[in-house]
Ligand binder design. Structure first.
Ligand code: TPP
Length: 694
């Protein structure tokens, strides 16, 4: 940022063009959200053209600042700035807004439109994403440039534009509370306070002092009011100064509340909620153009000198920023060969050398829960996978998410003897904020230079339902660790015993739901999770101890490396299988017990461990048919609802599960009461065999 804002007549005209383009785009398609795009145009223009460090020719440039449009419904705000700055969007793209195949979908989608950092639209989540980007920036800096006490090439600013809806949603409060605790000085949140949401004046539902709330979160709070001077005045210089002041504050995140009027300067409809989410109407759009001195008869009309100005300015600013950054980056690369090698590996999407050797091997002599195994895996691989970091939503001891001996990611004044660490740490403490944790993990994944995981109880995956969905939509490789995965939770009772969560998570397209059966499957699953970098992963782990299968040669049990196929023959039948028992997680050992009984009764029985049905679905048909032959009877067992298993066991197959809520009692008792037992498998197997023989 320069010390003083230069704001020429061409800048003023470019902002007006941004407003009428928003009106034109919505008018053309007949739907969309024009009002906010019109009134926040100067704010967005200021950020893109005067404040942020960006390179439109290289949207993935590491040194760029990050912009999150948390008011995703106002996507035109971002598309128009990307068009003006020269990111590749053209007028045709704006004219095809919200239509099939366009680069300008209803809400911004990362990976779909160059320059869009994260997918937004579910209100509040963008604010939490911005917090995640700010945390990622700090971690990336300390990972790649640890010795640097001055400015690093990995430093960047995060800007988020939010609205009333964002500030009402709980997730933004969760995330901003954490951002205050984390003292994220690289984060600036601009709140478009226009007092209007879909139902009209926000006073019917939203009355607290938001500034006070942000002050209480520990943020630096400023206000700019476009309405306080009698006539409405877009005080861009004042806002610029506030942003500059925010940047000077490096020990706290910054919040700038900008009082605006939605749709200003529409002559008749400014301030009216109808312009939030409906087209404005030809007459009013023409009146807007007339008011702005533009030709009311023309649509998508951008004067050549305006686009030349905005693209020229963006290019010039990029060139200057790059010249400085590229030189510093070259110096960093030369002085930090290890960091550069790590960066090259991570950017190439390669897993760490030495990962396979670092993975622990669990002996079969004692039972271990898969959550404990996961914690041991994380601790064992911490050194060889430095890009990995993570933690829990206050359940670290239960989720086993702490990499032993690793420092906590905390500001210097927040560390304790329980949690030593500092800003360079890698153990995350999300607090009891599952939704924010999910959105933060997604942003860290999109930030791209680290891998992060976050844990809670599986039953509370419901509290963070949207993040895995958006991560899957975006192809963001976030890792969710969900433990205490069934009625095996026991005494805490049905509020804490997930039954429908696994099935419901499997419904999310593009989310891998992984439920390993024993400790060695956990290790192999972690290796596969770290290999996969184009989609999110959910690791589902048991509270209770589970048998560690003896997989030594001659034991009859297959190697855990087979988990990469999603489902595999864990223990083969004594002859051509007449029955296949398919199970996941803690139920695999029950399947193995049943196999022993059935084999003794003369039924050649195969046990298939199926840790990830999504990985299995991706296998060639021949493999799937080989694992689940059509001429064998089938029984599935999973301690959750049976929904979805018919596809695996076919209509003649039998499905054992828990199609009702659990109860507060010892886990062992619940498994017996609900028939999640080897005896039940044997009984159902007989029915399945009889059906097959009919
Ligand atoms: C989680 C969530 N709930 C509901 C919606 C639907 N929705 C879209 S915009 C909006 C109102 C937003 O109001 P505000 O943030 O003030 O935006 P403005 O009216 O200023 O554009 C709502 C409820 C949503 N996008 N996300």
């Amino acid at each position: 940022m320069t010390e003083n804002l230069t704001w020429t007549d061409l800048d003023r005209r470019a902002v007006d063009i941004a407003r009428v383009l928003a009106a034109d785009a919505v008018e053309k398609v007949g739907n969309g959200h024009p009002g906010t795009a019109i009134s926040v145009a100067p704010i967005a223009y200021l950020l893109y053209q005067k404040v942020m460090k960006l390179d439109p020719t290289d949207p993935a440039w590491i040194g760029r600042d990050r912009f999150v449009l948390s008011i995703g419904h106002s996507s035109l705000t971002q598309y128009i700035q990307l068009y003006l700055a020269g990111y590749g969007l053209e007028l045709d793209d704006l004219a095809s807004f919200r239509t099939w195949g366009s680069r300008t979908p209803g809400h911004p989608e990362a990976g779909h439109t160059a320059g869009v950092e994260c997918t937004t639209g579910p209100l509040g989540a963008g604010v939490a994403n911005a917090v995640g980007f700010a945390m990622a920036a700090r971690r990336e800096r300390h990972l790649y440039d640890p010795a640097n006490l001055g400015e690093s090439v990995f430093d960047r600013q995060i800007y988020c534009l939010a609205g009333d809806g964002d500030m009402q949603e709980g997730v933004s409060g969760e995330a901003c509370s954490l951002a205050g605790t984390q003292e994220l000085g690289n984060l600036t949140l601009i709140y478009d306070d226009n007092h209007i949401s879909i139902e009209g004046d926000t006073k019917i539902a939203f009355t607290e002092d938001v500034d006070a709330r942000y002050r209480a979160y520990g943020w630096h709070v400023q206000r700019v009011d476009f309405t306080d001077g009698g006539a409405y005045e877009e005080k861009v210089a004042e806002l610029y100064a506030a942003i500059a002041a925010a940047r000077q504050v490096t020990d706290r995140p910054s919040y700038i509340r900008v009082r605006t009027i939605i749709g200003w300067p529409l002559p008749n409809k400014a301030g009216h909620h109808s312009v939030h989410g409906s087209k404005i109407g030809a007459e009013e759009v023409a009146a807007l153009k007339t008011r702005l001195g533009l030709d009311p008869a023309k649509s998508f009309d951008v004067p050549a000198e305006v686009i030349a100005h905005t693209r020229g300015n963006a290019a010039l600013r990029a060139e200057r920023a790059r010249a400085d950054w590229d030189a510093r980056f070259a110096a960093w690369a030369q002085g930090n060969p290890a960091g550069k090698a790590l960066l090259d590996r991570v950017q190439a999407g390669l897993t760490a050398p030495g990962l396979a050797q670092a993975l622990p091997h669990f002996p079969p002599d004692k039972k271990v829960s898969t959550r404990v195994a996961s914690g041991q895996v994380l601790s064992a691989i911490a050194e060889v996978v430095p890009e990995l970091w993570g933690g829990s939503a206050d359940l670290a001891g239960s989720n086993n998410t702490t990499m032993a001996g690793q420092p906590s990611f905390l500001p210097a004044d927040r560390v304790s003897s329980d949690w030593p660490g500092g800003p360079d740490g890698r153990v995350l403490h999300f607090g009891i904020r599952e939704h924010a944790m999910g959105a933060i993990l997604n942003a860290i994944a999109l930030s791209g230079l680290t891998r992060a995981y976050g844990g809670t109880f599986l039953v509370f995956a419901d509290y963070m339902r949207n993040p895995p969905r958006v991560a899957a939509l975006t192809g963001a490789p976030a890792i969710y660790v969900w433990t205490h995965d069934s009625i095996g939770v026991g005494e805490d009772g049905p509020t804490h015993q997930p039954v429908e969560q696994i099935a419901s998570l499997r419904l999310i397209p593009g989310l891998d739901v992984i439920r390993p059966a024993d400790a060695n499957e956990v290790a192999a699953c972690w290796a596969e999770i770290l290999r996969i970098q184009d989609r999110p992963q959910a690791l589902i782990l048991s509270r209770q101890d589970l048998t560690v299968f003896d997989r030594s040669p001659g034991s009859g049990f297959a190697s855990a490396d087979q988990v990469v196929r999603g489902a595999y023959t864990l223990r083969e039948a004594s002859a051509k299988p007449r029955l296949v028992v398919v199970a996941t997680g803690s139920e695999v050992e029950i399947a193995v017990q049943a196999q022993t009984t059935l084999e003794a009764e003369g039924v050649p029985t195969r046990v298939v461990s199926a840790p990830c049905l999504e990985w299995f679905a991706a296998q060639p048909a021949a493999y799937k048919d080989q694992i689940l032959p059509t001429d064998a009877a089938k029984v599935s067992i999973e301690a959750g609802v049976t929904y979805g298993w018919a596809e695996i066991v076919s209509s003649q197959g039998r499905r054992i599960g828990v199609d009702h809520f659990g109860a507060s009692a010892a886990a062992g008792r619940l498994f017996v009461e609900y028939g999640i037992t080897a005896e039940q498998v044997v009984a159902e197997a007989k029915i399945a065999l009889a059906e097959l023989e009919l």
